[in-house]
Design a protein around this ligand. Structure first.
Ligand code: HEC
Ligand code: HEC
Ligand code: HEC
Ligand code: HEC
Ligand code: HEC
Length: 389
């Protein structure tokens, strides 16, 4: 647990040069527009987007991301290097001086809307192709400013549209959600391998009620809320929890089964995300007589689903120092994991089993001064089973 705060830095810190590394907007291209400009005709989609983390992804809007970025800058400065905001590639992709932000030649400016916008409407809908790179991918945007979907281009709309196969099953997401490597080829995030062949839109952009635009014929549209780890209803769809007690003579054994029922790792992407099983055993008066850990799930090795890095023999190092993965106990797509606990105390007559998810473990909240806002430090109860013996 001691090194946890260090390994938690991992998701974000890449030690490689990102010089000259940014999205491509062709010479003379139509400029990107503020998402507010779409609200008048696309009010439902605009509202969904505003609630999504794509609208809050900039360090100017997401205090958790901002705090981790500050920790990254301090870590760089400690090593005598200049900090930078290469995070902008995915967290503030519309920034009008993104190259300078990414190399450290410029800093975020709260008066510049392109820095605060996050991943806005025109960024996604003008994606023409993904530029595959080793550390992380980039996008090439279109020149003519037409808005792409997987549908055939329509005539007589207030704006140009275009058809792109990238939008069909969510390939379009894989400029930002594909992978992040550190300088020693250690995968920090690896969605492209962890979710092979899965259609991101099927779960993250379901068809919901409401026309796609004012005056549009259709009565449904793809939701732009794009929920993930911040949404308890989404988390409940990720895994199932079962528990049973088996007896052999006087010996009783609790078997807990957790199954990942989605098409990528649970918890996914960000190495700071953690899920774990908490078991509390009580006597007939409801008094606690045993639990699988007291302070931290790290006390019970089988209980947590989490990824950590190593350097040589040392486990729990930050990703920029990592030469490999120390362990990755997250549940792979479709994986079933069984946990086994002998119930030694004969007084045990009731067992509560809980599957809990946290965006950031407590050590990360403290280590990065991530604001405790009722979200970041919360333990989300994904599932619970109570057994009476
Ligand atoms: C003056 C009204 C108006 C404004 C402003 C507007 N749109 Fe639209 N847009 C429409 C209409 C109408 C449709 C057709 C909807 C339909 O029939 O399903 C549409 C369709 C779309 C589509 C889907 C095209 C398809 O293939 O189905 C996208 C993507 C889109 N708009 C993006 C945007 C973005 C991004 C903005 C802001 C920069 C924007 N729109 C601003 C009216 C508008
Ligand atoms: C993170 C990327 C992303 C962002 C940001 C985004 N969209 Fe979309 N949008 C998509 C994808 C993917 C689809 C589905 C395309 C398809 O089905 O072919 C889509 C579909 C649409 C459609 C067609 C809806 C339908 O179901 O017929 C409209 C209209 C649209 N978006 C407008 C907007 C507007 C307006 C915004 C900003 C408020 C926005 N989008 C932001 C990715 C994005
Ligand atoms: C330009 C980069 C970019 C693109 C394109 C993009 N995303 Fe994201 N996405 C992000 C970033 C950055 C975050 C994290 C924002 C934060 O929490 O600060 C995020 C967050 C998310 C989340 C997690 C929300 C949560 O509750 O934490 C989901 C789910 C998601 N994106 C799905 C998608 C899907 C589906 C697509 C394609 C239709 C897509 N994204 C396209 C950058 C992108
Ligand atoms: C079968 C449904 C399903 C499919 C398909 C799917 N996801 Fe997810 N995804 C989920 C669920 C449920 C969660 C919440 C649990 C979690 O965070 O792992 C989630 C979480 C996420 C998160 C949030 C991570 C965080 O830290 O908050 C991201 C990002 C994400 N998915 C991206 C994608 C991308 C990209 C694809 C396509 C390659 C995809 N997902 C395909 C169901 C799905
Ligand atoms: C290659 C794209 C990419 C880059 C570069 C990137 N991120 Fe992210 N980041 C994401 C995506 C996608 C998510 C959402 C999925 C998830 O939670 O893992 C995310 C989520 C996060 C979160 C969780 C936010 C929340 O509200 O829970 C933090 C913190 C974060 N990133 C920090 C950083 C920092 C700091 C940097 C730069 C030093 C950085 N990231 C660089 C893609 C990126």
């Amino acid at each position: 647990m001691k090194h946890l705060s260090l390994l938690l830095l991992c998701c974000s810190v890449l030690c490689c040069s990102t010089a000259g590394y940014s999205h491509e907007l062709p010479e003379g291209a139509v400029p990107l527009a503020k998402s507010e400009q779409c609200a008048a005709c696309h009010p439902t989609i605009y509202k969904e987007w505003q609630e999504s983390f794509h609208a809050k992804s900039s360090a100017l809007k997401d205090p958790a991301h901002g705090a981790v970025h500050q920790a990254f800058v301090k870590a760089m400065e400690k090593k005598g290097k200049k900090g930078n905001y290469h995070c902008a590639n995915c967290h503030a992709p519309m920034a009008d001086n993104i190259k300078e932000l990414m190399t450290g030649a410029a800093e975020l400016d709260s008066n510049n809307w392109t820095h605060a916008e996050g991943t806005g409407c025109t960024f996604c809908h003008r994606i023409e192709s993904i530029v595959e790179k080793k550390l992380f991918n980039q996008y090439r945007l279109n020149k003519d400013g037409s808005f792409h979907t997987n549908k055939p281009a329509k005539a007589n709309l207030p704006h140009k549209t275009g058809q792109s196969a990238l939008f069909a099953v969510g390939k379009v997401c894989m400029g930002c959600h594909s992978h992040k490597m550190n300088g020693k080829d250690v995968p920090i995030c690896l969605m492209k391998d962890e979710a092979q062949g899965s259609n991101c839109l099927e779960c993250h952009m379901p068809q919901v009620k409401g026309a796609a635009a004012i005056g549009a014929k259709g009565t449904t549209h793809r939701s732009h809320k794009m929920p993930g780890g911040h949404d308890i209803e989404m988390l409940k769809k990720a895994a199932t929890l079962d528990a049973e007690v088996t007896s052999k003579g006087k010996e009783r054994n609790l078997v807990v089964t957790v199954k990942n029922i989605i098409k990528h790792t649970f918890p996914s992407t960000n190495p700071m995300r953690i899920a774990f099983v908490k078991v509390v055993a009580k006597d007939k008066n409801g008094k606690k007589v045993w639990e699988n850990f007291k302070e931290s799930p790290m006390e019970d090795k089988q209980s947590f689903f989490f990824k950590a890095f190593k350097a040589g023999e040392k486990k729990g190092v930050p990703s920029w120092a990592a030469d490999g993965i120390a362990f990755d106990t997250r549940l792979k797509a479709g994986e079933t994991r069984q946990l086994s606990y002998p119930l030694a105390d004969s007084a045990i007559s009731q067992v509560d089993v809980m599957l809990i998810y946290r965006l950031f473990p407590s050590k990360a909240i403290k280590g990065f001064a991530i604001p405790e806002d009722g979200v970041n430090e919360k333990a989300y109860l994904v599932a619970k089973k109570s057994l009476t013996l």
